[in-house]
Design a protein around this ligand. Structure first.
Ligand code: 3HC
Length: 684
């Protein structure tokens, strides 16, 4: 292996280079090289100052996550940071790209920091179930202040170079050549003594009202729910206000080790790699080139069509949006503008950017305008005949090589493709609602979908900041297919004696953002309803028949007040009781464990079927779908990882316990049974 660390002299300034693609992670060789070169610079009388810089796309993006869980190799990162800080000559960090986690801590160990305007600094360790463990929780608040450090460490969100500059984390923003200016900066500061050390700024951070920690937690309750890492980050940053640096770093180390040994960190670190693996398409050669997408067409300016369009507009890609009549078109584009404006009001976009995005939109009533598009996404309502008619028309209009996509959530992409003369150009692009916000994109691979169409879809997903997962053609693809047994069992449980509140509570306590009935009320109880009020075959039918369609009607499984606050509904309980009596279902006490087994274990079983049928490429892709599409708690790693952690034999035992209640359509996944029997796992 070539040495990732090298040195180069510029007059009396020594540049220590790291060249460790792809992201200059601080693996063992990098840590060893940094210490070696700092010591060499210190020993060299001709060197007056040092610059630490990185080649490639970024400054150090943190500790090397692939080393976690393996036997440690010295030196530790905290010792490397200390060694840099204790260098007797000034050290300047020259930052481009992202100085994240351990990378930000290396920068804080340097006496000075300069950065290009596009650089970002952050503590994303919380996303890995950790905290900054190389002195960051102690140096961070001493340099940037407690509030900013707290926010950075508990949310994991990076800040811009200019924000970092305002906070004192960056000493100078460099316009122009970073290295040239960093060397000049080092030359400017080379004689200043004593050297400014972050660890020595204050004995402890004072002037902080201790109440801010509780207040922060109260204002960000969602962040802390069920998740241990944000609390540990808060505790260690608080320690910087209570104890001197040396004690603070000892506390940090202890908390870091505790987190590292925990289940949640393991789940999050699994998920870090799962997310990146999802971008890889089995059986498609790396040499396959994506098609060029200069303009996107969207058919339908409803909620989905509008949201989908916004993704491309925000990424600077022009969109032609087509509707049947002027009213629908105006309504749709009006909502898009309103959404952009509300983002601007929150300060997350400028008015100018709103203008730019909307300026890229071409609303049209003329289907023929789609002929100029390289990708056309159909986003009309779920009806196979309508979709087939649209794709037949599109086939006659779209230019050669254009990709024809459907945003269907359930329907058969192969059947849709079959009406065209170019099924190889047809793909499913299943966006999740609200499409401009939700990170997940299911890319549905039809039997004939061309490799370069898939590659284009995956690349485009990255451009519009989505996480894409490849799914095979089946009813509901990955995510919605797994919802089916969950919903079925949840409704059965109501008849047997559970309440919507109890079922939802179990799911929320598990870590889901909402339970099955809260979700039904939000999405619309009437979705997929046959629209015949006389035909009542389920509780859902009974609710729809009396207009209880969910939040939009002020009533669904729950009653809602004017502020959409839910409360349990007597009427719904009556309906449930009547329905149960009519069908001779006896009521009994339902335990929370039974709810878990019937709603979550059955989902795992469905996930296993998806896997054995080859409708998902790998178990971790299913986890990515559930975390980004449905808010499965990331610290539990997704349904398949969670099932592995519980033990697949435990899942099978639970299902067997419930077998008689699961209904006539119930069947086991053979893969689940086989793996449980063999003591194997899905994800490891
Ligand atoms: N360690 C090991 N590998 C890493 C890595 C890391 N810290 N960061 C990224 N990679 C790998 C990815 O797995 C991926 O590998 P692949 O190509 O084989 O799939 C490759 O680098 C490129 O990563 P991305 O696809 O994510 O590239 P992007 O350009 O989209 O994003 C990034 C770059 C913003 C740096 C993003 O990779 C990222 O956020 N990385 C993680 C940063 C992080 O969490 N740092 C903290 C680490 S923990 C720590 O530092 C502890 C310390 O406090 C003691």
């Amino acid at each position: 292996m070539t040495d990732p660390i090298s040195s180069e002299k510029h007059g009396d300034v020594q540049i220590i280079w790291s060249d460790n693609p792809p992201v200059n992670a601080l693996g063992a060789a990098v840590r060893q090289g940094l210490v070696r070169e700092i010591e060499a610079a210190e020993a060299d009388d001709s060197v007056q100052a040092v610059v630490i810089a990185c080649k490639g796309r970024t400054f150090f993006a943190g500790a090397d996550i692939s080393e976690f869980g393996k036997p440690p190799v010295m030196p530790w990162l905290p010792d490397v940071v200390d060694r840099i800080e204790n260098c007797t000559k000034p050290v300047v960090a020259a930052i481009h790209g992202t100085a994240l986690g351990g990378g930000c801590e290396v920068a804080l160990g340097c006496h000075y920091r300069v950065a290009v305007p596009s650089a970002k600094l952050g503590f994303p360790e919380v996303n890995l179930g950790l905290l900054p463990g190389a002195g960051g929780t102690q140096r961070g608040p001493r340099v940037a202040g407690v509030e900013l450090a707290l926010q950075m460490a508990t949310t994991g969100k990076p800040i811009s170079a200019s924000q970092a500059h305002d906070a004192g984390l960056v000493d100078r923003i460099i316009e122009g050549d970073l290295i040239e200016h960093a060397v000049a900066y080092a030359d400017e500061v080379k004689d200043i003594r004593p050297l400014p050390k972050s660890s020595e700024r204050d004995d402890k951070v004072t002037d902080v009202d201790p109440a801010i920690f509780d207040e922060y937690k109260k204002n960000n309750a969602k962040l802390f729910r069920g998740d241990v890492a944000p609390q540990a980050n808060l505790d260690t940053i608080k320690a910087a206000t209570e104890m001197p640096f040396d004690k603070g770093v000892m506390f940090e180390r202890q908390k870091f080790m505790e987190l590292m040994a925990g289940q949640q960190a393991r789940a999050r670190q699994y998920f870090f790699f799962a997310e990146r693996k999802a971008a890889k398409i089995d059986g498609v050669d790396d040499s396959v080139q994506p098609r060029d997408i200069k303009r996107v067409g969207v058919i339908g300016a409803g909620t989905m069509g509008g949201g989908i369009s916004m993704n491309f507009l925000s990424a600077g890609i022009p969109v032609t949006i087509v509707e049947m009549n002027q009213d629908a078109l105006d309504r749709g584009t009006g909502i898009m503008l309103k959404n952009y404006q509300s983002t601007a009001k929150k300060g997350r976009m400028t008015e100018e950017q709103v203008g730019q995005a909307m300026g890229l939109l071409k609303p049209s009533l003329n289907f023929d305008d789609l002929s100029e598009c390289d990708l056309i996404i159909e986003a009309v309502y779920e009806n196979m005949d309508v979709k087939k008619e649209i794709f037949t028309r599109l086939d006659g209009i779209a230019k050669d090589g254009a990709i024809l996509a459907s945003n269907t959530s359930y329907l058969d992409i192969n059947e849709i493709a079959s009406v065209t003369k170019r099924p190889e150009d047809v793909v499913g692009l299943h966006f999740f609602s609200p499409a401009n916000i939700m990170k997940l994109l299911e890319v549905v691979r039809g039997d004939k979908t061309a490799d370069d169409v898939l590659v284009t879809a995956m690349k485009l997903a990255k451009t519009i900041r989505k996480v894409a997962v490849v799914a095979g053609v089946c009813y509901g693809f990955i995510g919605n297919r797994m919802l089916i047994p969950r919903q079925l069992q949840a409704e059965k449980l109501l008849l047997e004696g559970a309440t919507p509140q109890q079922v939802d509570k179990v799911h929320v306590e598990f870590g889901m953002p909402m339970g099955p009935f809260q979700m039904a009320d939000l999405a619309g109880v009437d979705i997929g309803w046959h629209r015949d009020p006389e035909r009542i075959e389920s509780i859902r039918d009974a609710l729809c028949a009396i207009d209880r369609w969910g939040q939009k009607k002020g009533a669904g499984f729950y009653d809602y007040d004017d502020n959409r606050r839910p409360s349990p509904s007597e009427k719904v309980q009556e309906i449930i009781d009547d329905f149960a009596a009519k069908h001779g279902v006896e009521k009994r006490e339902i335990s929370d464990q039974e709810i878990i087994e019937r709603t979550l274990y059955t989902m795992v079983n469905e996930g296993a079927k998806i896997l054995e049928e080859g409708k998902a490429q790998r178990a971790s892709d299913i986890d990515v779908v559930w975390i980004y599409g449905y808010g499965w708690p990331v610290y539990k790693g997704g349904p398949m990882y969670w099932a592995d952690s519980e033990g697949l034999d435990t899942i099978v035992e639970g299902l067997k316990r419930q077998e008689e209640r699961l209904g006539d359509d119930w069947s086991y996944s053979q893969l689940l049974l086989d793996k449980a029997e063999a003591g194997e796992k899905f994800t490891r």
